[in-house]
Design a protein around this ligand. Structure first.
Ligand SMILES: [Zn+2]
Ligand SMILES: [Zn+2]
Length: 581
């Protein structure tokens, strides 16, 4: 027997409201949308949800075909399957470089005779250009520049890496533009001071030390390091300041913008101090207080107190004009004067200080110095352990997210903290060409009419970057000896071998030999071109293809597992199955 219900309270009782009346709006809305499920299934099968349609024309037969290329996004809000693939590639890259015990790259081959003679020819041209330039024979200089360009193209075509020398300023610039004119007299004083650290000659070695235990077993441990920035004021566990008015947002913003330079200096100093070419792979992430910090896998071991000493001694000086007084606002900005070809005050029409003048006016002090905080975490990691794998997952945990999405602001206090930081980042100059300089009464380097004072499009000014504007993945040159696309190729090559496919799409087989090259012309197809099917049709087809392909792959793996000699290669590639492609 049920208790009598008072009128008006009935709806509040926990009645089984789960099943709305069939045919009602609520019932319709409770059904999942088929297009959403399509995207979910696509993600499950690793199919890119916003593929790029490319039209491929076979140049021999004239046949055209529209082919979907994955978008290759690295952020999951753009395309989760592609971001996931990218993360797996990064993990493979970190895994491969971390504990290796041989040098990743063989030394370059010796130069050929043609290559050497081209360099000699380039040297003669340089000599003649210098002579002509001293004699003010500008037309000759221009001719020689043209010749130099041609020789440098030939040098590149001969297969030499990199530029032989930086390009010369053009003749106009040689004759006195204020940016490239005589060097400013005080520039030498503004070099980065060297930190107080022991200095050694850096050997060309990237592999760490081997340790031998009492029983004769050898170990080559590696390391894991976290570097943070200084404190800007005490914070609560949720990352927000205890006293927002005394939290140093200005310094937090400048530190975030210049953090990459500080990290570069750290590696440079560490290599000099240790005397070998230390290699690292890591990433920059925001902490809960929204300041960046960096995690690194280091190949080999370095004593912890050396890491601490180098971090404490490392700093980066910013030799920029002062930004103490903001003289203009976005609402009342300086204006461009076409006749003066300069930014001028809107009232007095006086030109603003030029970049060169502003630099010359800098005192002996840099406008900003970035340093690390006291917290330096470092520990040893043994190769092949679960700890090593867990650490790799930890490094790559957030690389599919925007910096601003790593710690979502969920309370008003957190939103206010983010807003205050962002307000500061919006007016912090990002580079010497930043349009924000105009707010401080300074014309940035190479100022032009199209600048928008205070509205620079630089990444660090955007809310979701938290001032972390550049690359967030930092991998040193001799880490695995491979680029990300090399790693990508590895996964593909592995699958080809397993499926028994020997001819690549690009006309190159797995041994690198060219087989009957098919010449193709590629072009971007527009979504509304008549030969491009609807996006949903393309996704459906890709999912079907991928599902069939995946079961084929699993069958091939089972077959391979039954052949004992192939066991090793299968287990190694296990985690790549299906998703790593
Ligand atoms: Zn994609
Ligand atoms: Zn900027």
């Amino acid at each position: 027997m049920t208790a009598p219900t008072l009128p008006g309270l009935a709806s509040a009782a926990p009645t089984p409201a789960a099943a709305p009346r069939p045919g009602s709006r609520a019932a319709r809305m409770a059904l999942p949308r088929s297009v959403d499920v399509l995207k979910e299934v696509a993600a499950e099968y690793g199919v890119c949800v916003r593929p790029l349609a490319m039209r491929r024309t076979d140049l021999d037969t004239g046949l055209t075909e529209v082919i979907d290329l994955p978008c290759g996004a690295t952020r999951e809000d753009k395309c989760a399957p592609c971001a996931k693939k990218n993360r797996q590639l990064r993990q493979a890259q970190i895994r491969e470089g971390w504990h290796r015990d041989d040098e990743p790259l063989p030394p370059p081959e010796p130069a050929t005779e043609e290559q050497s003679s081209l360099i000699l020819f380039r040297a003669h041209l340089e000599f003649s250009r210098d002579e002509a330039s001293r004699a003010c024979q500008w037309d000759q200089v221009e001719d020689l520049d043209e010749a130099i360009r041609e020789v440098e193209e030939a040098i590149a075509a001969e297969g030499l890496r990199g530029r032989v020398a930086p390009p010369h300023a053009t003749v106009d610039e040689d004759q006195g533009d204020d940016d490239t004119g005589p060097r400013r007299k005080r520039s030498t004083r503004r070099r980065q001071d060297a930190p107080e650290l022991p200095r050694r000659k850096v050997e060309p070695r990237t592999v760490g030390r081997t340790y031998t235990a009492a029983d004769g077993a050898t170990y080559r441990p590696s390391m894991w390091l976290t570097l943070t920035l200084d404190s800007y004021g005490p914070v609560r566990p949720d990352g927000t300041p205890l006293n927002p008015d005394r939290y140093d947002y200005r310094r937090a913003a400048w530190d975030a913008v210049h953090f990459p330079r500080l990290l570069d200096r750290f590696w440079q100093n560490l290599r000099r101090c240790e005397g070998w070419n230390v290699q690292y792979a890591g990433c920059v992430e925001p902490q809960r207080r929204l300041a960046p910090h960096a995690h690194f896998a280091i190949r080999g071991t370095i004593p912890r107190d050396i890491l601490r000493t180098v971090a404490a001694a490392t700093y980066h000086q910013v030799w920029w004009p002062a930004v103490d007084v903001q003289r203009y606002t976005v609402e009342r900005p300086p204006v461009w004067d076409e006749d003066a070809s300069a930014w001028v005050d809107p009232d007095t029409r006086q030109p603003l200080t030029t970049w060169t003048e502003a630099l010359d006016a800098i005192d002996a002090e840099p406008v900003h110095v970035v340093r690390f905080g006291a917290q330096v975490d470092a520990r040893g990691v043994m190769p092949g352990t679960e700890d090593a794998e867990r650490t790799i997952r930890y490094v790559t945990k957030y690389i599919t997210k925007h910096a601003g999405d790593v710690h979502k602001a969920t309370t008003d206090r957190q939103r206010t903290h983010l807003d205050r930081l962002w307000r500061e980042l919006r007016v912090t100059p990002c580079t010497d060409r930043c349009a924000n300089w105009l707010l401080y009464g300074v014309q940035p380097k190479k100022a032009h009419a199209k600048l928008k004072p205070g509205r620079c499009k630089g990444k660090v000014h955007q809310r979701d970057t938290l001032g972390i504007g550049g690359r967030r993945i930092l991998i040193s040159r001799d880490w695995s000896g491979k680029t990300l696309s090399d790693h990508k190729h590895d996964v593909r090559a592995w699958v080809r071998v397993l499926l028994g496919v020997t001819v690549g799409l690009d006309g190159v087989d797995d041994q690198g030999a060219t087989v009957e090259p098919v010449r193709h012309a590629w072009e971007l197809a527009r979504p509304d071109d008549p030969d491009v099917p609807a996006m949903a049709h393309r996704l459906l087809r890709s999912i079907s293809e991928r599902a069939r392909w995946r079961s084929e792959l699993l069958a091939a793996k089972d077959r391979a597992a039954q052949l004992p000699e192939k066991n090793a290669s299968t287990t190694e590639a296990d985690d790549k199955t299906g998703e790593g492609l």
